[in-house]
Design a protein around this ligand. Structure first.
Ligand SMILES: *[C@@H]1O[C@H](CO)[C@@H](O)[C@H](O)[C@H]1NC(C)=O
Ligand SMILES: *[C@@H]1O[C@H](CO)[C@@H](O)[C@H](O)[C@H]1NC(C)=O
Length: 273
């Protein structure tokens, strides 16, 4: 008998509490279910404690490893006590809104080496407070919603993505000011600014949002000028046309025999005009 066992057998209320917790752990439906293509391991506390898969294990959560399983989407049936989720080296193209909601213990999420193209506003909603590491490197992300990272406290990795640098990305990266490291590693595959293409996002110190605004203002000005030019040319055309008519009219009058023009004739001409 180890001292721990001795202690357990002596303190009956403590024993009962532990038993009920163990029972709860066993009854937890997630404890036995693991998504297809994944391996779920319960984190073991210090082996010297002999506590088995009891309360402490439940607190630490599950390691769910789905690495290289040709997954095309995030498994919808992730155990609610997933703490470490490895989804790297799959073919996941999208992270739906609220994809990880309910994973109250999720600390680490590895989505590297997938085919993710964009991230919506609520992609990581529900795990903002717990998530500590988010690996999005080696994907196909060109842009994200401006608030996709706003409330995340995690360390975010975004290397090797074909970023399109524009106002939206500037806003999204502005929302992760605590993540200098990640922001500093964003390379612009394409950009609103030609000089930024192929370069680091931070290498060019220009406000891309003001740039967009200026472009809109400029477009507006050009359109207005276009309209103005059309109106002017129409007026000019109209005046010219009238001058031409008036001239022809006068010539016609001059060419008439020199007898006085009858009033009703004048009326006729004016109706023609
Ligand atoms: C879960 O993952 C962590 C971090 O990689 C590791 O330290 C731990 O040993 C893993 N636990 C199990 C049960 O595999
Ligand atoms: C995510 O997985 C990749 C590939 O297995 C690995 O290289 C990388 O270190 C992992 N990221 C983190 C933050 O552990």
């Amino acid at each position: 008998m180890t001292p721990l066992d001795l202690w357990l057998s002596r303190s009956i209320p403590m024993c009962l509490l532990l038993q009920s917790l163990v029972l709860m752990a066993l009854c937890f439906p997630s404890a036995s279910m693991c998504p297809k293509g994944c391996v779920c391991q319960r984190a073991r506390p210090d082996p010297g404690l002999h506590l088995g898969p009891g309360p402490l294990g439940l607190l630490l959560g599950l390691n769910v490893t789905c690495t290289g399983s040709r997954l095309k989407e995030i498994p919808p049936d992730l155990p609610p006590d997933t703490a470490l989720l490895r989804l790297d080296h799959n073919q996941i193209m999208a992270v739906p809104e609220h994809a990880f909601r309910g994973l109250r213990l999720l600390r680490e999420l590895n989505l590297s080496h997938n085919a993710v193209e964009t991230l919506g506003e609520g992609a990581f909603s529900g795990v903002e407070a717990t998530l500590q590491v988010l690996d999005l490197s080696h994907n196909r992300i060109t842009s994200v919603h401006k608030d996709a990272f706003t409330r995340l406290k995690a360390r975010i990795l975004v290397d090797d993505n074909p970023w399109h640098c524009d106002c939206t990305l500037q806003q999204a990266l502005g929302g992760m000011a605590h993540n200098h490291e990640a922001v500093a590693r964003v390379l612009c595959r394409s950009s609103e600014l030609q000089e930024q293409e192929g370069r680091n996002f931070l290498a060019v110190d220009t406000d891309l949002c003001n740039l967009a605004k200026r472009t809109t203002d400029y477009a507006m000005l050009v359109t207005m000028f276009g309209w103005f030019a059309m109106v002017i040319s129409y007026v000019v055309y109209y005046v010219r046309q009238n001058q031409e008519d008036a001239r022809r009219h006068l010539e016609y009058l001059k060419s008439l025999p020199s007898k006085p023009v009858k009033p009703n004739e004048v009326e006729d001409i004016s109706t023609v005009v």
